[in-house]
Design a protein. Structure first.
Length: 269
């Protein structure tokens, strides 16, 4: 299983990644008061222009701006950054933490990370926000409605990474999409551990989810699917797990730091 450095844990889901509350705040520029209601909030990244080329963004690329912080997704990996607005004319971005999973469109990810830092001038149109670097490269964005969080109960969750302390391992391609589970409204849990089907009792108490003894089929599971299955079997049997859902991404974490991230199934799934 290929392992990638991740700092901090909250960014592994990444799906997923993370959403910030919309904030309208006062700023001061050269003694005058300026408000930022049209700048803060969630933005979908449309494209980058750099080096005479235009790179079109993956569907998940976004930036969520607040008064002092930004979170978002480069298209696959999540990130955080500190932001300092100079009124409504510019913003200075200081990159923070990011996940480091292998992704399909690394060229876009790399260029986005390169452009979204330092002092960026702001061009705010009626339905578009453009950030421009000192060399004229641009990040074009449009307003994005915030995603509704999926409920923990009666949602099919597909495991996309495993957590161990400060490290996140993305599920290998050979096992992708095979491990999935649903917590039922009747206090049950069921799904596939990676190879074998399973069922168990499930108890939700506040921010914790506890699985009872796991019953599963007994097929021999080798390779990546078997590795994922063994990790999930151990995790589900480890006692109360802290759960958190943001942007349709679920994180389950055990007291010893082990855990998983999973994404909510789409309507097509």
């Amino acid at each position: 299983m290929r392992t990638f450095r991740h700092v901090p844990i909250g960014l592994a889901a990444v799906v997923p990644v993370l959403a910030l509350a919309l904030t309208a705040c006062g700023r001061t520029e050269e003694g005058a008061s300026a408000t930022l209601p049209d700048l803060t909030g969630p933005w979908a990244v449309e494209s980058l222009t750099t080096g005479g080329r235009t790179l079109h963004a993956p569907d998940r690329a976004r930036v969520d701006l607040a008064e002092k912080e930004a979170t978002g997704n480069y298209g696959c990996n999540g990130f955080t950054a500190a932001v300092d607005f100079s009124g409504t004319s510019a913003v200075t971005v200081t990159p923070g933490a990011t996940t480091e999973m292998a992704c399909a469109d690394m060229e876009f990810e790399t260029q986005f990370a390169k452009l979204f830092k330092g002092r960026l001038t702001i061009d705010r149109g009626p339905d578009r926000l453009t950030l421009k670097t000192a060399d004229g490269s641009t990040i074009a964005m449009t307003p994005r409605p915030p995603d509704a969080d999926a409920p923990l109960i009666v949602t099919q969750w597909t495991v996309d990474s495993l957590i161990s302390g400060a490290t996140v391992a993305s599920v290998p391609a050979e096992a992708a999409g095979k491990a999935r589970f649903t917590v039922g409204a009747d206090g049950s849990a069921s799904g596939v551990l990676g190879c074998n089907r399973f069922s168990a009792k499930a108890t939700v108490e506040g921010s914790t989810l506890t699985f009872g003894p796991v019953t599963s089929t007994r097929m021999a599971c080798e390779g990546p699917a078997g590795e994922v299955e063994r990790a999930l079997t151990e995790l589900f049997g480890s006692g109360p797990l802290t759960w958190k859902i943001q942007d349709r991404a679920l994180t389950l974490t055990a007291p010893d730091g082990k855990g998983l991230t999973a994404r909510a199934a789409s309507a097509a799934e």
